[in-house]
Design a protein around this ligand. Structure first.
Ligand code: ACO
Length: 333
């Protein structure tokens, strides 16, 4: 069984309810049909009857619940919750209603917050920023977590590095301003994500262009400081750095450049020093090594909400919904 088949099997074992707010996109309906047919999750689709009729043509979504954001008996409950959650920002009921009608992702997050759904997936026709901003504003981070970040599970064919070619890469999607404290937090969350999604023991490499002080620069100090913080904060996680990518992955290079490190040469969880490095890094591996890239999956949010690539296929939406459902199982929602 490949990675995705295992995730789908886990999702089916305890079905969760996932909201898809992009009724303006046909891929939503193609994915919903497959999810319902395979029994991966219960599906709620947000859209007007016209949007749904137009874009669902040819797909059997009779097993989905549809919610019309203009005529929903629960709408006032969601408006009240929006106003309560954004009281400090001075959001009025009129503004809340307008925002929910204009951007269904707000509606989806409020359904999650009010316990009417377990998670949401969007982004087939919205940018990453517009997909995750409602979740950041309304659902917020898990207790004790300062920043939400985004990881990919990478499945590299014919690869004996990592966990037989399976890795977690982070942060590849969210934080444009990574400092040492945030990198350390991402290391802890990514280790947890590796365990959750692969069942294996994480070995976390904090990546840099320097290995154990081989270069001197503020960028290197940032990662070295993150390693110090992470080791203090997560003494049970196998974590090391700063490491160059080859020292992290290749045993002979790891032994040469970082002798004595338990992680060097055996890393399966890669924490990149910046969003540029993480985003470019996962795409390089995906395109040149023909790896499967599952994500970006958000970690650190209080409830599971996940983003899609705008170039995604319906099959990709199915995969992200399955991963979201597994996150919801673990969150106990
Ligand atoms: N974790 C938790 N909360 C956050 C985070 C975070 N990482 N970032 C912002 N927030 C909170 C803010 O505190 C704020 O809360 P408040 O409204 O209660 O005060 C709220 O979210 C909105 O924050 P803003 O800074 O106003 O939001 P912004 O418009 O800057 O959006 C965003 C934040 C969307 C995460 C932004 O940082 C971003 O666009 N990041 C890059 C996304 C991207 O383009 N990724 C690459 C493409 S993805 C791919 O290729 C797979």
């Amino acid at each position: 069984m490949n990675f995705l088949d295992k995730i789908k099997a886990r999702a089916k074992a305890d079905k969760k309810t996932i909201v898809l707010p992009e009724s303006m996109d046909k891929r939503t309906f193609a994915a919903a049909e497959q999810i319902l047919k395979e029994g991966i999750a219960n599906i709620v689709i947000i859209g007007t009857p016209e949007e749904i009729a137009e874009n669902s043509k040819g797909y059997d979504i009779s097993g989905a619940v549809t919610v019309d954001p203009f005529n929903d008996p629960n709408k006032q409950k969601y408006i009240d919750k929006f106003v309560e959650l954004r009281a400090k920002k001075g959001v009025t009921p009129e503004q809340a209603k307008e925002q929910m009608e204009k951007d269904y992702m707000y509606y989806a997050c409020l359904m999650c917050k009010c316990g009417d759904a377990d998670g949401a997936v969007s982004g087939a026709c919205h940018s990453t920023g517009n997909t995750i901003r409602p979740a950041l504003q309304l659902l917020k981070t898990k207790p004790g977590i300062s920043s939400v970040s985004g990881f990919f599970v990478m499945e590299v064919p014919n690869c004996d590095c990592g966990d037989n070619g399976v890795f977690v890469f982070a942060d590849c999607a969210v934080n444009t301003d990574l400092d040492s404290a945030k990198l350390a937090e991402i290391a802890g969350l990514s280790a947890e994500s590796f365990k959750t999604f692969t069942g294996g023991e994480p070995k976390v490499a904090m990546l840099s262009y320097s290995t154990m002080g081989s270069a001197k620069h503020d960028d290197v100090t940032k990662v070295a400081e993150a390693v110090k913080i992470a080791k203090e904060k997560f003494p049970d996680i196998e974590l090391d750095g700063e490491l160059q990518l080859d020292a992290a992955l290749v045993p002979s290079v790891g032994e040469l450049k970082a002798p004595g490190s338990k992680v060097a040469g055996h890393a399966n969880t890669l924490v990149f020093p910046s969003l540029e490095a993480g985003n470019i890094g996962y795409k390089l591996v995906q395109r040149l090594a023909k790896a499967e890239a599952y994500g970006p999956v958000l970690q650190g949010l209080s409830m599971p909400v996940n983003d899609l690539s705008r170039g995604c296929f319906a099959e990709d939406i199915v995969g992200v919904v399955a991963m979201t459902a597994v996150q919801a199982q673990l969150a106990g929602n």
